[in-house]
Design a binder for this molecule. Structure first.
Ligand code: ZN
Ligand code: ZN
Length: 666
């Protein structure tokens, strides 16, 4: 009798199966419904093909389309293969390279034979993809010896694939997936056949250039992007969201509202216009009040610090290519060569505020009674991001974090993390984001510190969230992300959901025992000995730039009144009302309302249109009658008709609505 494998199912039951048995066979043995629904398998946690035989005893969980994340990943990977097959069918001689799945679909990089692909090619390629899906070609996994595979790639003129395979270790077995005549080298897994994806649930979206292996020195390839889903309904919802997102694009709205601009002379740094900076100042003032109320002390630290300092903190080793480095003293031309070859002292613009805060902590002796110390800074940092990675004010090179570091004793850590969660929850609600998710990013493969330290640090953050005063709904969505922590610490991430359902990671808190050690931060304990504090790195907004970008897109520029750059415009219908308009403006301005006047000799409908395009929340229309009666007619953005009321009532209404959420009476 040949050896049998023991396969353990999620309910704990065990099946003994002969070698050669696949997860699909087990699904079929359980029942025809499951055999039909099962699309892949998790074998000892690893996602695998439904038709790949077991190699020994294993834990098995069958994957169905209800396991949406896995199902999407599989479908998108399949779409990428089908795209490559379609392109080679239509454009013989095109070389294939790589095609991964993405957050909303897939792409594939090709080396075209004659000309780069264009958007005009996409409809024909889509049609060919649907034909391949219609043929329901089995996607067969094969294991090849490396050298045989290299020979095959060369024979087929696939020089990119041959180059890649030749760099893998000799003698390594490589997996290949075959569909019809098409072959691609890939780890898989895949669905069982091309017919398993929905022919109506994908769309090719665009073509761009991409360098082979992302290196400008290499050949330029044609990258075809697609979006891929499990159903047409999902695809339609996604396309609608893209359309809605385009309407809300923060760069477009910033132009309509005159908030800021960017230009190539300052790649990735924002020119804030007066109106945009009003928004910034409101948000900053709000955050400052909240931090003051939560026991933080604000500091300001240097923009430039010596390279030796960055060396000690570990940033010089890990992070140097992202830092802007400058010589300590301005060189004359003769010295320049020597300086840039590294003989002179260098300084770097700070990419983060942490080391400077430790330097403040280290001034003077700290006692256990001084902790926790909560040190906040609206810290302006620079990171040298490539031009291609920059995006509006969402991804920039110069940014200001709502940063703070909390130095705590071990026994204070959990409570302090909870205090942070509560503050963050209140801030998000005030800013209109009641819906957010908390995730715990766990230890990565490459990390500092012992396993015991990581066990403790992860358990503390988990406990802090689950025993905090956050709502049950937020706690129910809590999830853990294996491998995604920083190299020195696990972190909690806070992901907002915006008005059109997109998510944005903004807030974070990390418990760090590494930097206090590296920079020798200590306090004197009750026992009279020196102890290391734990350092909590935390931010609620992340950066002002990106958060304002998110606010713009979330509100589509129609900010709550307390944030609106211009809160009201006083517009006259007739010049007879001009004097009264001055009186109204003076009264509103004296009450702190941000108000402008429009006394141009234009039709009132023209003025209404213009100010609503600029998303002015309230337009106060004044004619002869209003001037005589001391009243105003208020037209409010997004509200039909107008409300006529006395000037005093209008003033009270605006002042009330313009009060920031934290200053309202509870
Ligand atoms: Zn593949
Ligand atoms: Zn930090």
């Amino acid at each position: 009798m040949s050896e049998m494998f023991k396969i353990t199912l999620p309910d704990g039951s065990v099946r003994e199966v002969a070698p050669g048995t696949t997860p699909g066979d087990i699904a079929a043995a359980i029942g025809p419904g499951l055999a039909k629904a099962a699309i892949a398998a998790r074998v000892d946690g690893e996602l695998r093909d439904i038709g790949r035989p077991f190699e020994g005893d294993a834990q098995l969980a069958l994957v169905t389309s209800r396991d949406e994340a896995d199902a999407l990943e599989l479908a998108r990977h399949d779409y990428a293969h089908i795209l490559a097959e379609a392109v080679q069918n239509l454009f013989p001689g095109t070389q294939i390279t790589f095609g991964p799945s993405t957050d909303d679909g897939f792409y594939y990089d090709f080396a075209p034979k004659d000309r780069p692909f264009t958007d005009e090619d996409l409809p024909a390629i889509e049609a060919e993809m649907r034909a391949i899906i219609g043929r329901n070609e089995p996607l067969v996994r094969e294991v090849w010896e490396r050298d045989k595979l290299i020979a095959l790639w060369r024979e087929q003129g696939e020089s990119f694939k041959a180059e890649w395979a030749a760099e893998l270790p000799a003698g390594e077995a490589l997996t290949v997936y075959r569909a019809g005549k098409f072959l691609d080298m890939c780890r898989g897994p895949h669905l069982a056949s091309t017919g398993k994806v929905d022919p109506q649930a994908f769309r090719l979206t665009r073509v761009s250039g991409a360098y082979w292996r992302g290196d400008q020195k290499n050949a330029m390839l044609s990258r075809i992007y697609g979006t891929g889903w499990l159903s047409k309904k999902q695809l339609d919802a996604h396309m609608l969201q893209l359309e809605e997102a385009a309407k809300r694009d923060h760069r477009k709205i910033a132009q309509e509202m005159d908030l800021f601009h960017l230009q190539s002379e300052a790649q990735g740094s924002v020119f804030w216009h007066p109106k945009g900076f009003v928004l910034w100042r409101q948000l900053e003032a709000y955050m400052r009040r909240r931090l003051d109320g939560a026991g933080y002390a604000e500091v300001k630290t240097p923009q430039l610090m010596d390279a030796r300092q960055w060396e000690q903190s570990g940033h010089w080793g890990k992070y140097r290519e992202n830092m802007f480095v400058v010589p300590d003293e301005i060189p004359n031309t003769d010295d320049a060569a020597a300086i840039f070859s590294g003989t002179a002292d260098l300084m770097a613009l700070k990419p983060m505020n942490c080391p400077a805060h430790v330097l403040i902590f280290r001034q003077g002796i700290k006692s256990y009674r001084d902790l926790p110390i909560r040190m906040a800074e609206f810290g302006c940092c620079h990171r040298n991001e490539p031009h291609g990675a920059l995006h509006g004010i969402m991804r920039v090179r110069q940014f200001t974090q709502d940063d703070a570091h909390i130095f705590v004793r071990e026994d204070q850590l959990v409570e302090e993390v909870q205090n942070f969660c509560e503050l963050l929850d209140s801030v998000y609600r005030d800013l209109g984001f009641a819906d957010y998710a908390v995730k715990l990013a766990l230890r990565p493969d490459a990390r500092f510190g012992s396993d015991a330290m990581w066990d403790q640090a992860e358990a503390e953050l988990r406990e802090a969230v689950l025993t905090s005063s956050l709502s049950d709904a937020i706690k129910a969505k809590f999830e853990e992300l294996p491998g995604e922590g920083a190299f020195y610490a696990p972190k909690l991430e806070f992901h907002l959901t915006d008005a059109i359902g997109r998510t944005w990671q903004v807030g974070t808190i990390q418990s760090d025992r590494v930097l206090p050690e590296r920079l020798d931060a200590s306090y004197v304990g009750a026992d009279g000995e020196r102890h290391r504090p734990v350092m909590l790195h935390r931010a609620i907004l992340g950066t002002f730039e990106r958060f304002i970008g998110i606010l713009i897109e979330h509100h589509a520029g129609r900010f709550p009144l307390w944030l609106a750059p211009v809160q009201a415009v006083v517009a006259t219908i007739v010049s007879d009302a001009d004097d009264y308009a001055h009186e109204v403006v003076a009264k509103l301005a004296a009450a702190g309302i941000r108000v402008e006047t429009d006394m141009r000799n234009e039709k009132i409908n023209y003025k209404v249109r213009e100010h609503s395009l600029a998303k002015v929340p309230h337009l106060l229309v004044l004619g002869k009658r209003e001037a005589e009666e001391g009243s105003v007619a208020i037209r409010t953005l997004g509200r039909e008709g107008q409300r006529v009321m006395s000037l005093d009532d209008a003033l009270a209404l605006l002042v009330d609505e313009a009060t920031p959420p934290d200053l309202r009476a509870p």
